[in-house]
Design a protein around this ligand. Structure first.
Ligand SMILES: [Zn+2]
Length: 382
C-alpha cells in the first residue's frame, strides 16, 4: 500500500502525498509550507445555457494562472531554497493538491437545480462550486507518464482511486473526472508530468449524453448488464478492433472512433469508478495503461500528444447504476507532422469526421513494437 500523508498549504489548500510502498514516514518538515500566499478567492460562476440545457463555468479569474514557467520556477517540482514551489517537501513520489487557480471551487455546495426547458432557465446562474486538483506523477521535471515504472504508476492509480472516493463524498459533487493532457499541442500549460482531477457540481454534457443512453439500455435488459460491459464483449468476440486483452482489462478502438487515434480501456468487471477496482485490478491496470501509452509513443518519431480521460459513473442516482468505468485515450495526431483540428463540423455541430479507419488503427496499435523499457523515472526517495 502506498503511504498517504495529508497537509495544508499556506493558503489552506489541501495537499496529499502518496508515497510508494516501503518509503519511510514523512518528516514534519516536509509538511510545512513556508511561503506567504494571498487568501483564496471566491468561486467563479456557473451559468445555465437555456438553448442547450448545459451548464457553463465562467472563470475569468483564471487568466492570471501560470503559463509554461521556466524549469527553475516550476510550481510542481519539489521545493528548493531558490524555488519555493507548491510542494513543500524536498522530494516526493506522487502528490495531489488543490489547484491555486481553479475553474471550480474552492467552496463546495449545491448549484441551482436544473431549470425546466424554456425561458425560465435564461439568466439562471450560481457559484462555480466544486474542486480542481493537480496530480504530479513524479518529482522529475521532464519525461512523461509512459516513462514511469509500474510501482509509480500503481501509486498514481491509488491516488486517483482515493481522490475519487474522497471527492465523491464532498457536498454537491455530481461527477469526478481524472484526466491528463499531454503535449503542448493539447494546450498543456506546465511541462512537468502531471494530470488533473475535476469534481463537478453538475453532470457534464458528455456524461449526461452517455449516461442517458446507458440507462435506457440497462432498463431494457432488466438491469442484467451495463452497455459498456455488453459492448466490450461484442468487441472481444469480433476481435478486429482489439488492441490488447489482459485478465481484468481489455482495450479496443471503438467501432465509430471520432479521433485519428482513439482507444477505450475497459475493466472486464462492471464497476462505476476507479475506487471500486480491487487491488489485483489496480495492479494490472498499472501494467496495461503503461503498455498502451508506450504503444502510442511508438507510432511516430516524436511523443504522442494525447488526452487521457477517465469516464466514471456520475453520482446522480438515476445514472450511476448503468455507468461503467472506462478510459478514453485520444490523440488529434493523424500523421507524423499533422494534427486534426476541431473545425466547423466537429466544433459547431459535434459531427466528427474521422480520416482513419478504426480497424487499421487497431491493427497498427496491436503490432507496434513497444520500446524496450528505458530507464524509468521511478528513482528512489532520499
Ligand atoms: Zn517541475
Amino acid at each position: 500500500m502506498s503511504r498517504i500523508t495529508s497537509t495544508r498549504l499556506a493558503d489552506s489548500r489541501e495537499l496529499i502525498y502518496f508515497d510508494d510502498p516501503g518509503t519511510p514516514e514523512r518528516t514534519p518538515g516536509s509538511l510545512v509550507d513556508h511561503r506567504e500566499l494571498p487568501s483564496r478567492g471566491e468561486p467563479g460562476e456557473v451559468r445555465y445555457d437555456a438553448l442547450s440545457g448545459d451548464w457553463v463555468a465562467v472563470a475569468a479569474h483564471r487568466q492570471a494562472r501560470t503559463h509554461l514557467p521556466p524549469a527553475d520556477q516550476c510550481p510542481i517540482c519539489p521545493t528548493t531554497p531558490a524555488n519555493p514551489s507548491e510542494i513543500p517537501a524536498p522530494d516526493y513520489d506522487v502528490v495531489v493538491f488543490e489547484n491555486r487557480f481553479p475553474s471550480l471551487g474552492p467552496a463546495v455546495g449545491d448549484i441551482p437545480p436544473l431549470p425546466a426547458p424554456g425561458l425560465s432557465g435564461h439568466g439562471v446562474k450560481g457559484a462555480a462550486y466544486g474542486r480542481c486538483e493537480v496530480v504530479a506523477f513524479t518529482p522529475q521535471h521532464t519525461g512523461s507518464f509512459a516513462e514511469l515504472g509500474e510501482t509509480r504508476a500503481r501509486t498514481v492509480i491509488e491516488a486517483w482511486a482515493q481522490r475519487t472516493e474522497a471527492l465523491s463524498a464532498l457536498p454537491g459533487i455530481r461527477q469526478v473526472f481524472p484526466f491528463e493532457n499531454r503535449g503542448a499541442d493539447i494546450g498543456v500549460t506546465l511541462h512537468h508530468p502531471h494530470g488533473q482531477i475535476y469534481a463537478y457540481p453538475y453532470v457534464t454534457p458528455r456524461a449526461a449524453q452517455l449516461g442517458a443512453v446507458a440507462r435506457k439500455y440497462y432498463d431494457d435488459v432488466d438491469a442484467k448488464e451495463t452497455l459498456g460491459a455488453s459492448l466490450l464483449k461484442a468487441e472481444r468476440d469480433d476481435g478486429s478492433r482489439m488492441v490488447l486483452e489482459a485478465t481484468h482489462f481489455s482495450a479496443y478502438v471503438p467501432f465509430a472512433a471520432r479521433w485519428p487515434l482513439e482507444i477505450h480501456l475497459v475493466p472486464h468487471r462492471s464497476v462505476p469508478d476507479l475506487a471500486a477496482l480491487t487491488g489485483e485490478e489496480r495492479d494490472e491496470l498499472s501494467h496495461v495503461y503503461l503498455d498502451l501509452l508506450k504503444r502510442l509513443d511508438s507510432l511516430y518519431p516524436t511523443p504522442m500528444p494525447y488526452i487521457s480521460a477517465w469516464h466514471q459513473a456520475p453520482l446522480d442516482p438515476g445514472l450511476r447504476p448503468a455507468g461503467q468505468l472506462h478510459l478514453q485515450l485520444t490523440s488529434p495526431r493523424r500523421a507524423a507532422d499533422k494534427l486534426k483540428y476541431l473545425a466547423g463540423s466537429e466544433a459547431a455541430m459535434g459531427a466528427f469526421i474521422n480520416d482513419t479507419t478504426p480497424e487499421a488503427v487497431a491493427e497498427r496499435l496491436r503490432n507496434v513494437a513497444a520500446p524496450a523499457s528505458a530507464e524509468t523515472l521511478e528513482g528512489t526517495r532520499a
